[in-house]
Write a protein that binds this ligand. Structure first.
Ligand code: IMP
Ligand code: MG
Length: 180
């Protein structure tokens, strides 16, 4: 399949993201105050930039782990079927867990991951997503914290890809097709 030509229009600047993360980290630190050790679980691969910035703003003892679930492949549509491709390395039973995701779109991914991890009896399980597209929701799911609520646009940057590209952009931009 050949890629359609597109340009990327900036939607959220690197500066706005950094400011939002600072304030989210303060809220999270309040929620998990006194925790023994928070396990911050990043969903691969889209959350890798977000989790890196978020944990550095968190004034708490943290452990970092990763979970990889099946995703879009190179398409722009959710498969709606979520499979675990790479499980956590550590145990979360009785632990405080924060799941970090890039985007909540249809909601299938985070709903499934939450259920999957709750089965392991963590003490507390909370979720955070940098972006939320509420108009696209197909299952009843709300993250505990959201960075930005955005309209139904396909976005890239700050860890988020389109066909594996553009993850290294420091800002969030929307994909605009220029032909086809
Ligand atoms: P959901 O299961 O439909 O909520 O999909 C969530 C996943 O879809 C996210 O983790 C992203 O990887 C991917 N996704 C949703 N919207 C976008 C987008 O605009 N750009 C890139 N990936 C997206
Ligand atoms: Mg993803």
């Amino acid at each position: 399949m050949t890629q359609r030509a597109y340009v990327i229009d900036q939607m959220i600047s690197a500066k706005s993201i950094a400011a939002r993360i600072e304030s989210l980290a303060r809220e999270i630190a309040v929620e998990f105050q006194g925790t023994d050790k928070l396990v911050v679980v990043g969903l691969l691969r889209g959350s890798f930039v977000f989790i890196a910035d978020l944990v550095r703003e968190l004034d708490l003892p943290v452990e970092v782990d990763f979970l990889e679930v099946s995703s879009y492949g190179d398409a722009m549509e959710s498969s709606r079927e979520v499979r675990v491709l790479k499980d956590l390395r550590g145990k979360i039973e009785g632990r405080d867990v924060l799941v970090v995701e890039d985007i909540v779109d249809t909601g299938h991914t985070l709903a499934h991951v939450s259920k999957f991890l709750k089965n392991r009896s963590p003490a507390r399980l909370r979720t955070i997503a940098l972006l939320d597209k509420p108009s696209r929701r197909e299952v009843d799911f709300a993250a505990d914290w959201i960075g930005f609520s955005i309209p139904d646009e396909f976005v890239v940057g700050y860890g988020i890809d389109y066909a594996q590209r553009n993850r290294n952009l420091p800002f969030i931009g929307k994909v605009r097709f220029t032909e086809g």
